[in-house]
Write a protein that binds this ligand. Structure first.
Ligand code: PLP
Length: 486
């Protein structure tokens, strides 16, 4: 297997492609970029291989800075920027093959499918794996397709308000009610039924003690009774599946009470509705020592809450594009070629990177680090909560941390302006924090947009975690001051 040796273009010229960008190129880019939103920093390179810090260059001034990234670039880079082990495995793969068509079996595809079938919890173990080289939207679409195939006559999917499942035409319709703020009509709106998501911090039944992601001990799960009506026939057509995020991520780190999920399983079994978990954000050890939040519940609460299908993206590709879905072995149906294939779905590079990531996490015990650093940061945040009335709720677990910003703890009124100020001030202070998505009404009005996220790579050190907490406080203080003097 030969090392890379360019034949036509010089090494220097090829290396320059990714090394930097000049002001003229940036100016031109502004004319040629179709998407209106992009950020004020150009990301150039990892501070070191596998670091949570990234070297950036300011779009306007050209000034360079090293920034701690608490977004992990859409919560993806579990091992930081340009991890050396993953990159080594990928470069070995690249020397052999970079692309094969979807019907081919490559070593990476076979090994990845087998590994995922071993890692997943409960009734998914030993299941069948679907892969794509794009991410969550296609994983979710595969799950929905399989639910439609498996259930024959049923053709509606139940989704939860505030959920986010992607940006393809179908997944846009499934998400939030995002279609209320797009300038095109939603595709397949009649294929989805949207019901309220349980939200213990802002309970519709006015229970007040649903804090830190736990339900109010007094509550009687009234929220489930509402959803049950739909499962048992209130939806306009027969339901094939229910799609949910165990902890709604973009929607604001809003977990389902596990007891809700137990009841959901009972009713779905009775009604023959398949349960699909979207663990795009909560799997691959982001929430601590277990592979997925489902596994965490299984091990810590002793209950099997596993779904019929589970979807993955983000960290699962080790920093390379990859999406996956696993279906329980009890679902006997498989896809025909016309039902499912895309040109690039069978990506040896993403699959190899995904396998390398799993090895690094397992051998390096990165999951345990995630749990420890998560506890360290959450403990500090709870101390800050005593001091600052604007920290309403803190929801984890692991390094999946969201902080709900409020005008004051009593009213819980969302403090959306503070989120925007903190994101901007964070960049000025060399730290990227992440936002939740705006929460919309059925007519597209923003109700709240007030959750700030701390979700750095799982490899952060104890010192990095202290830095994040110190910066969180100083950014919060400066932002409150900025808003008061505006
Ligand atoms: C929970 C969840 N599901 C699905 C998706 C869609 O994934 P992708 O953007 O890779 O299509 C996302 C993306 O943020 C997500 O957070």
């Amino acid at each position: 297997m030969a090392d890379f040796e360019p034949k036509i273009v010089s090494k220097e010229e090829l290396s320059r492609i990714s090394a930097d960008v000049n002001p003229e190129e940036l100016l031109l880019f502004d004319d040629h970029c179709l998407n209106v939103h992009y950020e004020s920093k150009v990301l150039i390179e990892a501070k070191e291989p596998g670091s949570p810090w990234v070297v950036t260059k300011d779009l306007k001034t050209g000034e360079r800075a090293e920034i701690m990234d608490c977004t992990s670039q859409n919560w993806t880079l579990a091992l930081g920027f340009a991890h050396p082990d993953v990159n080594y495995a990928v470069s070995e793969q690249m020397k052999r093959l970079t692309h094969v068509k979807s019907s081919v079996v490559s070593p990476a595809r076979a090994k990845f499918s087998n590994k995922l079938a071993e890692l997943v919890p409960g009734r998914l173990k030993g299941g069948r794996v679907h892969i794509n080289n794009s991410g969550g939207s296609l994983a979710l679409e595969a799950a929905i397709k399989l639910a439609l195939v498996a259930s024959k006559n049923a053709d509606q999917i139940l989704v939860f308000r505030g959920g986010y499942h992607g940006n393809t035409l179908a997944m846009l319709t499934a998400s939030q009610p995002i279609h209320t703020v797009t300038r095109f009509r939603p595709f397949g709106i009649d294929c989805f039924v949207r019901v309220p998501q349980p939200y213990c911090y802002r309970c519709m039944w006015n229970y007040k003690n649903g804090l830190y992601g736990n339900r109010d001990p007094q509550c009687n799960l009234e929220c489930f009774n509402l959803v049950k009506e739909y499962l048992q026939g209130l939806s306009s057509r027969k339901l094939a599946g229910v799609v949910l995020e165990l902890c709604q991520a973009a929607g604001g780190h809003i977990p389902f009470p596990p007891e809700f999920l137990v009841k959901l399983r009972e009713v779905c079994d009775e009604e023959k509705i398949l349960i699909i978990y979207d663990e795009s954000q909560t799997a691959v050890w982001r929430t601590g020592k277990y592979f997925s939040l489902t596994e965490k519940y299984e091990k810590e609460l002793g209950i099997d809450l596993s779904p019929d299908m589970m979807c993955f993206t983000k960290a699962i590709g080790g920093g390379f594009p990859l999406g996956a879905m696993i279906a329980s072995p009890k679902i006997k149906k498989r896809f025909s070629p016309s039902e499912d294939h895309t040109t690039f779905s069978n990506t040896p590079i993403g699959l190899t990177a995904g396998l390398a990531l799993i090895k690094v996490i397992e051998k390096g015990k990165i999951n345990e680090n995630c749990e420890e650093r998560g506890k360290q940061i959450t403990k500090r945040l709870k101390e800050l909560q005593e001091k600052y009335d604007v920290i309403g709720d803190i929801r984890g677990p692991g390094l999946f941390i969201g902080i709900e910003l409020v005008k004051n703890k009593e009213s819980r009124e969302p403090f959306s302006e503070l989120l925007q100020e903190m994101l901007a001030e964070g960049i000025r202070q060399n730290i990227f924090f992440g936002p939740s998505m705006p929460y919309l009404t059925g007519t597209g009005k923003i109700i709240r947009h007030n959750l700030i996220k701390i979700k750095p790579p799982l490899v952060i050190t104890e010192e990095d975690a202290d830095y994040i907490c110190d910066k969180f406080e100083s950014v919060l203080k400066a932002s409150l001051h900025n808003l008061a003097t505006k």
